[in-house]
Structure formats: C-alpha cells, structure tokens
Design a protein around this ligand. Structure first.
Ligand code: UDP
Ligand code: MG
Length: 325
C-alpha cells in the first residue's frame, strides 16, 4: 500500500478540555501504521476559552498539526468549509473534537476507501447518548426533509465521513454562502459505502447545539434543498378558495330555499381569522426564502481567517486566498 495523507478536519468551539484527549486517541489509533500520514486541521471557530492556546501548545513538537484561526464564531458549517479549503490530504475526514465520532472507525473507513469507494459514511445505529428530544426531532427532520427535498439525506449520518480528494474538490466548487454541509455532501454524490457505529456520549464539555440552533439548522437544510414550502402555497390557496366557493354556493342555495339567514357574526370571524393566519404564514415562508436569496446575493465569504498556524513556523496568510468562494 503506497503511503498517503489523511486530513482530519476538526472544527473546535470552546473545546479546550477536548484537544489533548482527541490528539492522543488519534495517535493511539494510528500507532504503528506506516502508510497513513495524518494531517490535523483544527479550525478554531471563534472560541472564547483557551482552545487556541491549547492548540498552539499541542502544535509545538507535533508537525502534524495545522491550525486555522477564524476571525469570529462562524458556526460549524462554515468552520468545516474552511477546513476543507485548507486540507491537503488524499482523503479527508471531518470529525468532532469531543470524541463522539470515534477515531477508531477511521481505519475501517480507509479500508472501504481503498476498495474504490469515494465516500464512506459512518451511520449511527444507536443514538442512546442523545436526549429523547434530540432523537425525536432528528427523526422528524429527516422524514420531512427527505419527503420534500432532492437529493435525499442518508438517515442517521452526521458530518463524520471519509471523502476522497475528488469529492472535496467537488464540494469546494459549490458557491453558495449559506452552507448546509450534510446536504452539500449528499448533493455531490459519488460512490458511497457505509459503516455502522454506536454514537458514544461526549467525553468532555457540553454540546454547542441548543434547540434553537438545531431548529435553524433544520430550516437551513429544508430551504437550501427544497422549494416545496414555497410552492405548496399555490395549492393551499387554491384549496381554500375552492372551499370558500362551495360555502358561498351553499349559503346562496340556503337563502333561496329557506329564506334569509340570521347574520352569522361568529362564522365570519372564524373564516376571516383563519384566512388571515394562512396568509401571514404564507408571507412568512416567502420571507424565509427571500431572506436567503438576499443573503446569497451579497456574495460574502463564508468565513474569514485571522491566521493560519503551520507547524514549525507561523505564517499569516491573506484571507482572500482562502475565502470561501
Ligand atoms: N462547533 C463549532 N462551531 C460551533 C458549534 C460547534 O466548530 O459554532 C464544533 C464543536 O466544537 C464540536 C463539533 O462542532 O467539535 C460538534 O459540536 P457538538 O459536539 O457541540 O455537537 P453535538 O455532538 O452535540 O451535535
Ligand atoms: Mg458532540
């Protein structure tokens, strides 16, 4: 087997405690493997704790570690994008720093990659480590997303996966600035294989994704890959109009047969408020897309780099070379 470079792209946001155990675990997993040259690309996503100091400390005496320091917190999707732009490996694995994506799986992924697969997905067969609410909302999100969006997202697959250099190049080509990585990963296609694993609980620290952040991520996912929520209003509008028409006919016939009705204040209020609600919802959904089109039209870079720390030297690269587009 010829030697090759494997890049681990690790977005970190306030993960000071996780850095050392993560590097140790990876080192242990690849101990004695001579064909795999590991490259760590840590993306410091605007951490406010000592994450950057810990990273720089780990880098001293470890030439495998490269650090990309973003100018602020851009979010995990942008941090991953930054990492993919900087990664040099023949194969690239985005992985969380908290050891919830077990590095022990990577040799198995490499095996599958060697057999000619360009993407190797790690599928969670058991999410007991996630809360009930998170599992339920994830299940519903995938169901809704895959119902209305193309291409389908594979079930229970996170960002943890191995990608061939060709896949990474393809993803770098995608110009959108609002990035839902799971969707983009699925969109590019390529020959794909799976391995299954049980997702362990977090080793240190706490999750950076609260309910509101997850909701927004889900909204991003659906609106990035489907226009069904926009189009559905045509049908809802038609359906409501149809019902109103039938109702009007009904009233007219009733007046002709029975005579004048008692003025229906209550039913009028119900119809008006119901239609009002539907209209506002429709406008809201149009707003979601309009907002996204607006943000997209600005063509701002996805992330800004303050500095890239290369092992053994400190090099300030101009961000224009690495801005997302
Ligand atoms: N992360 C990041 N920027 C953010 C939020 C999270 O880079 O704004 C990183 C975080 O440091 C971790 C990974 O993304 O390495 C996954 O985050 P977390 O473990 O909190 O997510 P969960 O596993 O709970 O879904
Ligand atoms: Mg985690």
């Amino acid at each position: 087997m010829p030697p090759f470079v494997l890049t681990l792209v690790v977005p970190v946001f306030n993960e000071a405690e996780a850095i050392a155990p993560f590097i140790e675990t990876v080192t242990r997993v690849f101990n004695g493997q001579t064909t795999v040259n590991i490259e760590f690309v840590f993306i410091n996503d605007g951490s406010t704790d000592s994450t950057l100091d810990r990273l720089l400390a780990s880098q001293r005496g470890d030439t495998r570690i490269r650090i990309v320091d973003l100018s602020r917190n851009f979010g995990k999707e942008a941090a991953l994008t930054a990492g993919l732009h900087v990664a040099c490996g023949d194969a690239v694995v985005p992985i969380d720093a908290d050891l919830q994506d077990p590095p022990e799986l990577i040799p198995e992924m490499i095996e599958k990659w060697r057999q000619g697969n360009e993407v190797v997905l790690a599928r969670r067969i058991d999410r007991q480590s996630d809360s009930w609410g998170k599992r339920a909302s994830a299940r519903w999100f995938y169901r809704l997303h895959n119902w209305i969006s193309q291409p389908k997202l594979p079930d229970n697959v996170g960002d943890f996966r191995l990608m061939d250099r060709r896949v990474v190049e393809a993803i770098k080509e995608l110009g959108e600035s609002r990035r839902f990585m799971k969707g983009l990963f699925a969109w590019v296609g390529f020959r794909t294989a799976y391995i299954d694993y049980v997702r362990p609980p977090r080793e240190t620290g706490s999750t950076k994704f609260n309910g509101w952040k997850l909701w927004n991520l889900a909204l991003e996912g659906v609106t990035s890959f489907s226009t069904a929520p926009l189009r559905i209003w045509t049908y809802i509008g038609f359906f409501v109009a149809l019902i109103s028409f039938v109702f009007a006919l009904f009233i007219m016939i009733k007046v002709l047969v029975i005579g004048r009705d008692v003025p229906g204040y209550a039913s009028l209020m119900v119809v008006i408020s119901f239609l009002g609600g539907i209209q506002i919802m429709g406008i809201g959904i149009i707003g979601e897309y309009l907002g996204r089109a607006y943000m997209e039209s600005k063509r701002r870079p996805v992330f800004l780099i303050r500095q890239i720390y290369e092992p053994g030297q400190i090099m300030a690269l101009r961000q224009k070379d690495f801005s997302g587009n």
